[in-house]
Design a protein around this ligand. Structure first.
Ligand SMILES: Cc1cc2nc3c(=O)[nH]c(=O)nc-3n(C[C@H](O)[C@H](O)[C@H](O)COP(=O)(O)O)c2cc1C
Ligand SMILES: O=C(O)C(=O)c1ccccc1
Length: 401
């Protein structure tokens, strides 16, 4: 399937017209969230769909995409090559699953189910530290699929080293260190619902399976982590959030991780330069899907200046607001080498489990493939700034959403 996205829409039409099966998961990116909402527990849905403050940064993410327009070219190509090289490895398309914690909120198969879905559609899976499945089980379900690991960076270096060791041993090839969520933002929907998954013991099993954390906990309290889940979960959360690392500490990660080291949550050119200075291989230009700093600039807005500053030396990746094939082209044209998609995949997973998540990836990849064809862009290398133009709209920008 992965290399046959040109045919994917034909399959959908044929299944509907000659068979009787319509797509279970809507193919319309604007209807996906609502379809998921109808099927989900309200608090879990609000946690996933929610953002910080007034959600103004979520709006800014989408508005930024709306203000860039593609300029198609005709009579040029008949096929596209969507493959891309990242950190010396070839990937079939420039799309990865964003690291998302607490996937049990979407489906009972948790991270292992989504990792399996990703592997089946050749989308690399990035495992979050805020997971309810261990490295070991995700590695098994991901199988020969590509997988990276996202670190919420513990205060304690011994725990960090243990996580890095387990990531390496289990075939997680690249390390994504998320910097923008060291403290959780003001999230009104969850505050009003009185709902934080971690406090309900969701998404902490990952830490509770860590041998170094377990030994420390046992020494401090005289009880095993699993004998006192409430206390050990609280301890784990405190050990990975509210941390006070500095740029100098990045040297510790560099010294102890020999694969690609990528910092996630970069929005400022100065930070992009720091990532280079402290020996990283890549960055993810991201504002956490508008879940952290409300009022922050749209992630796509800062992409060009960051690419101009460090794009020759660092692999610049992008997320926050990717919803369509054209969005992927726009981010690549502005210099990203690949993008992550977050909420849409989780909505598909909530609607129809593994098959639902696969349908979202397949739809997005088919849309990307078709949009490349119709735009006359033959390869990722041809996604350049001359393929797009910024439009200055007057009036009420919100009308564009
Ligand atoms: C429910 C939820 C949980 C998330 N958990 C994490 C996480 O554990 N680690 C992380 O680096 N980013 C996390 N993110 C942020 C995503 O990796 C990504 O930056 C964001 O979802 C991209 O925006 P999009 O949802 O608009 O595609 C989370 C996002 C959501 C929606
Ligand atoms: O909700 C998030 O955005 C996030 O990054 C997170 C943080 C802690 C637990 C689960 C997800």
């Amino acid at each position: 399937m992965s290399d046959n996205y040109g045919q994917y829409q034909q399959t959908i039409y044929a299944n509907s017209m000659y068979g009787s099966s319509r797509p279970v998961v809507t193919t319309d990116p604007r209807k996906l969230e609502e379809q998921a909402r109808q099927m989900m527990d309200a608090r879990a849905f609000n946690y996933i769909a929610g953002g910080a403050g007034e959600k103004s940064t979520m709006d800014s993410n989408r508005l930024a995409f709306r203000q860039w327009k593609l300029i198609p070219k005709m009579l040029r190509i008949s096929e596209v090559d969507t493959s891309v090289e990242l950190f010396g490895q070839k990937y079939p398309h420039p799309l990865l699953m964003a690291p998302i914690g607490v996937q049990s909120l979407a489906h009972a198969d948790k991270e292992t189910g989504l990792a399996e879905a990703c592997s089946e559609v050749d989308v690399p899976y990035i495992l979050s530290t805020a997971s309810g499945s261990s490295f070991e089980s995700v590695a098994t379900s991901s199988g020969s699929g590509k997988r990276w690991y996202q670190l919420y960076w513990p205060r304690d270096n011994d725990i960090t080293l243990s996580l890095l060791k387990r990531a390496k041993e289990n075939g997680f090839e690249a390390l994504v260190v998320t910097l923008d969520t060291w403290s959780l933002a003001w999230r009104p929907a969850d505050l009003d619902n009185g709902y934080l998954p971690f406090l309900a013991g969701v998404g902490t099993e990952f830490g509770l399976t860590d041998p170094v954390f377990r030994a420390k906990f046992e020494k401090e309290t005289g009880t095993k982590a699993e004998e006192n889940i409430a206390e050990s979960s609280r301890e784990w959360v405190q050990s990975i959030f509210g941390t006070n690392h500095t740029w100098e500490d990045v040297a510790f990660l560099r010294k102890n991780w020999d694969g690609p080291l990528i910092l996630k949550g970069i929005q400022h050119v100065e930070d992009a330069r720091n990532a280079l200075k402290y020996g990283c291989d890549g960055i993810v230009v991201s504002n956490h899907g508008g879940r952290q700093l409300d009022g922050a600039i749209g992630s796509l807005e800062v992409l060009p200046e960051i690419v101009d500053a460090v794009g020759k030396d660092l692999t610049v990746l992008f997320d926050s607001g990717i919803r369509t094939g054209s969005d992927i082209i726009k981010a690549l044209a502005l210099g990203a080498k690949a993008v992550f998609v977050g909420r849409p995949a989780i909505y598909g997973y909530a609607i129809n489990g593994k098959e639902g998540a696969k349908a979202v990836f397949q739809g997005l990849l088919a849309d990307f493939h078709l949009s490349m064809l119709i735009a006359g862009i033959a390869s990722i290398g041809e996604c350049r700034r001359d393929a797009i133009r910024r439009i200055q709209y007057g009036g009420d920008l919100k009308a564009l959403l």
